[in-house]
Ligand binder design. Structure first.
Ligand code: SF4
Length: 396
C-alpha cells in the first residue's frame, strides 16, 4: 500500500437507513478522497466516492465567497428578522446537529420539520396514534424467523438489507441463516426484490388497508368473507395460511416501505400494520419497522420527538410545541406562502418539492448547510459547506 493510502476499518456508511457499520475504507490522504469502500453496496460505494474534501469556500453570500463571520452574521440577521422561519431537512446529519436545530426552532418561535414529512410522515402520524412495537436491525438479524416486507423494494433501495440483516445472514438464534427464515413479500407488483421471498402476495393497488384489516380479524379468530379476494386480489386461503405462520413463528418482523404509506389510506395503512403487530404479540413476538431512506432520518424522528413530543412538522410560534401535519409541514407552509425565511440542513428541497413550494423558497431568504452543491444551494442566500456525517465528522 502506498504511503499516502490509509485504511480505516469498521467505518459506517450513512447513505441509507441500513447504516452498515462494517465498511473498510481505503483513503488517499494526499488526494483527500476515499478510493475504495470494501463491503459497501453499489449505493454506498457511490456515496463514499462522491464525498472527498471539496475545495469549496466554507461560506457564500449571494453566490459570492464570504468569511465565516460574514456568513454567520448574515444568516443570524435573516433568522432574527424572520417572523415565521422554517427549519427543514435534518435526515442526513447527526443527532447532535438535530438537537441544536430543535433548540433554534424553539428560540426563534419557528417551525421545525424533517424529510419525514415527505416520505414516512404517515407512519410518524400512525406511531402517535397506535404506538410501535419495534426492534433494531441487529435484533431482527439475530432473532427473526419470519420477515414480512410490505410495500418496498429493498433489493434496489437498501441493497444490504437482505444480506446483512433480514434474509440471508446467520444470527444468534437463526443458526442456518436463510433456511431458518420464512420470507414474505407483499406488493402491488413484482420487483427485483420478489425472487427473495418464499411467499409473494400480490395485492390490488390501494387495497393494503383491507388486507391488513382482514389479517387482524383472522388473528383475532373472526370470520372473513371469501369476497375479500374480489376486493384485494388475495384469497382467503392465502390470508389464513399467512396468519397461521405469523402466529406460530418465534419472532416476526414487518419491514414496511412507502408503497404502504404513500398510497390510499396513508397513516391508516401504517396504523393497521402497527396494530396487526400489536395483535400478534398476544401469540408470539412481532415487531414493525419502517424501512427508511436517509441515513439518519430515524434519528431526526427520534430527536425531534424526544425534544418536542412530536416527530416532525412542529411549530413553536406560541411558545410551546404544536404538531399539525398539513399545517406545519414544509410543503404546506411554503405553498401557502407562510414561511418568511428558511434554514435548510443537509437536504435538497429545491430538487424534490412541488413547483409552488420551490417558487416560494425562491422568494424568501434561504440559509443552507450542506456538504455538496445542490439545487437548493443555487437559490440560497447564504450557503455553508459542512462536513459529511460519518466521513468528515463523527457523531451519533
Ligand atoms: S445498504 Fe445502505 S448503508 Fe449499507 S452500504 Fe448500502 S447504501 Fe450504505
Amino acid at each position: 500500500m502506498g504511503e499516502n493510502l490509509k485504511v480505516v476499518r469498521h467505518a459506517t456508511c450513512t447513505f441509507c437507513g441500513c447504516v452498515c457499520d462494517d465498511m473498510d475504507l481505503t483513503v488517499d490522504v494526499e488526494q483527500k478522497r476515499i478510493t475504495k469502500a470494501e463491503n459497501a453496496c453499489i449505493l454506498g460505494k457511490a456515496w463514499f466516492r462522491e464525498h472527498g474534501i471539496e475545495q469549496r469556500p466554507f461560506a457564500l453570500i449571494g453566490g459570492r465567497e464570504a468569511t465565516t463571520e460574514e456568513g454567520v452574521e448574515e444568516a443570524a440577521q435573516i433568522l432574527a428578522r424572520a417572523r415565521f422561519p422554517l427549519i427543514y431537512g435534518l435526515s442526513d446529519t447527526t443527532c447532535e446537529a438535530q438537537r441544536v436545530a430543535v433548540s433554534m426552532a424553539d428560540m426563534l418561535g419557528g417551525t421545525i420539520d424533517t424529510t419525514t414529512s415527505v416520505c414516512h410522515g404517515p407512519s410518524g402520524i400512525a406511531f402517535q396514534g397506535v404506538g410501535e412495537s419495534t426492534a433494531s436491525l441487529g435484533e431482527i438479524k439475530n432473532r427473526a424467523d419470519m420477515v414480512v416486507f410490505w410495500g418496498g423494494n429493498p433489493a434496489e433501495a437498501h441493497p444490504r438489507l437482505f444480506s446483512r440483516y433480514a434474509v440471508t445472514p446467520k444470527g444468534m438464534y437463526i443458526p442456518n441463516g436463510r433456511k431458518d427464515r420464512t420470507v414474505v413479500l407483499v406488493d402491488v407488483r413484482r420487483t427485483l426484490s420478489t425472487p427473495v421471498a418464499d411467499i409473494f402476495v400480490q395485492v390490488k393497488p390501494r387495497s393494503d388497508f383491507e388486507v391488513l384489516w382482514a389479517l387482524r380479524a383472522l388473528v383475532k379468530g373472526r370470520k372473513v368473507d371469501p369476497s375479500i379476494e374480489r376486493r384485494t386480489g388475495v384469497s382467503l386461503a392465502v390470508l389464513e395460511d399467512l396468519v397461521a405462520r405469523m402466529k406460530s413463528c418465534r419472532f416476526g418482523a414487518f419491514l414496511f416501505g412507502m408503497g404502504l404509506t404513500m398510497n390510499r389510506g396513508r397513516h391508516f395503512n401504517s396504523g393497521a400494520l402497527l396494530a396487526l403487530a400489536t395483535d400478534l404479540n398476544e401469540f408470539t413476538h412481532w415487531v414493525a419497522k419502517p424501512v427508511r431512506g436517509h441515513g439518519n432520518v430515524t434519528g431526526a424522528d427520534n430527536v425531534v420527538s424526544w425534544q418536542t413530543g412530536f416527530p416532525f412538522g412542529v411549530n413553536f410560534s406560541r411558545g410551546y410545541p404544536r404538531f399539525n401535519p398539513g399545517e406545519f409541514t414544509s410543503v404546506d407552509l411554503l405553498v401557502r406562502g407562510d414561511a418568511d425565511a428558511a434554514l435548510i440542513i443537509a437536504s435538497d428541497p429545491a430538487a424534490n418539492f412541488p413547483r409552488a413550494a420551490i417558487d416560494h423558497l425562491r422568494k424568501i431568504p434561504v440559509i443552507l448547510l450542506d456538504p455538496s452543491e445542490t439545487y437548493t444551494s443555487q437559490i440560497a442566500r447564504v450557503v455553508f459547506t459542512t462536513a459529511t456525517y460519518g466521513i468528515h465528522a463523527p457523531g451519533v
